[in-house]
Design a protein around this ligand. Structure first.
Ligand code: ADP
Length: 258
């Protein structure tokens, strides 16, 4: 073997080793910084909600209030608690799933049934905002992947489309195949995303308009989760948007991936 594979001098060996080690240290430092950033983002979110809850309860307890005032306090507290539970759920989902990208389940899934179940999950939200929902789905529509993850992906995308669209407007789901790929588009007629924000919307906790998104119950975790799910299925996710016109999210995955 030695005769066939030339061995470089000891200095080359050392140089190679130190290069490899430096590369590893850089990668470790990067993941450490990411974890630190994530932890501080999560803590910040938790603290903001807890401060609001505490403030509301403190003030409510100082003197007796009218029934109306108590109701308002309870509603604010309820909103914050819903927000916190949603964030914790997404946070757990991310930390549980992003670590083992290779272990996702892969099955043949009936896409039409999947969208029916997503639709059912969002039905009260759709009815409340009187969203005109339409589907253009070819038959058969078969996806290959992890059913739970794909359901979460489309729930997140449709939730955003509904959340950031004014009452009574339309949201369209269009599915079509092209070569060996399947495209799934979610298009809304909502507030849109200004161009300068587009490069950042897949980052964890990134929100275009903090106050507006927060009042809508947004955590800024949804799209980062979507990106992870699409990439785990060897696909890509793109967003095209125009402020005040609407947003189109396009998910492209291989028809059958191994
Ligand atoms: P959030 O939980 O805040 O909705 P996401 O990660 O899902 O977080 O989205 C990040 C940000 O991108 C949102 O806060 C919102 O500002 C913007 N966004 C996402 N989807 C849409 C959409 N369909 N229309 C307008 N803005 C959107």
């Amino acid at each position: 073997l030695h005769e066939r594979l030339p061995i470089e001098g000891p200095e080359d060996e050392l140089q190679k080793l130190s290069k490899t080690l430096n590369g590893m240290i850089d990668r470790l430092e990067d993941s450490f910084t990411q974890i630190q950033q994530f932890t501080s983002d999560v803590s910040h979110e938790l603290r903001t909600s807890l401060t609001i809850i505490r403030g509301e309860l403190d003030v409510a307890l100082i003197r007796s209030r009218s029934e109306e005032e108590y109701k308002r306090v309870l509603l604010t507290v309820l909103e914050e608690v819903i927000y916190l539970s949603e964030m914790v759920e997404k946070f757990l989902f991310l930390s549980r799933n992003t670590s083992n990208e290779n272990q996702i389940q892969r099955n043949l899934i009936d896409g039409t049934l999947l969208f029916q179940s997503v639709n059912k999950h969002l039905s009260s939200m759709i009815a409340k905002k009187q969203i005109e929902l339409s589907f253009q789905i070819p038959q058969p529509f078969i996806l290959y992947g992890d059913e739970d993850l794909l359901r979460r992906l489309f729930i997140n995308l449709m939730e955003n489309a509904i959340k950031y669209t004014p009452e009574g407007r339309a949201v369209e789901i269009k599915v079509y195949t092209e070569d060996k790929f399947i495209h799934i588009e979610v298009t809304d007629q909502g507030i849109g995303i200004p161009a300068e924000h587009l490069p950042f919307i897949f980052q964890r906790f990134y929100r275009v308009d903090d106050s507006r998104s927060r009042s809508q119950g947004g955590t800024g975790l949804g799209l980062s989760l979507c990106k992870w799910i699409v990439e785990a299925h060897k696909g890509i996710i793109e967003v095209r948007s125009k402020p005040d016109e609407g947003t189109r999210v396009i998910v492209t995955v291989p028809i059958l991936n191994n």
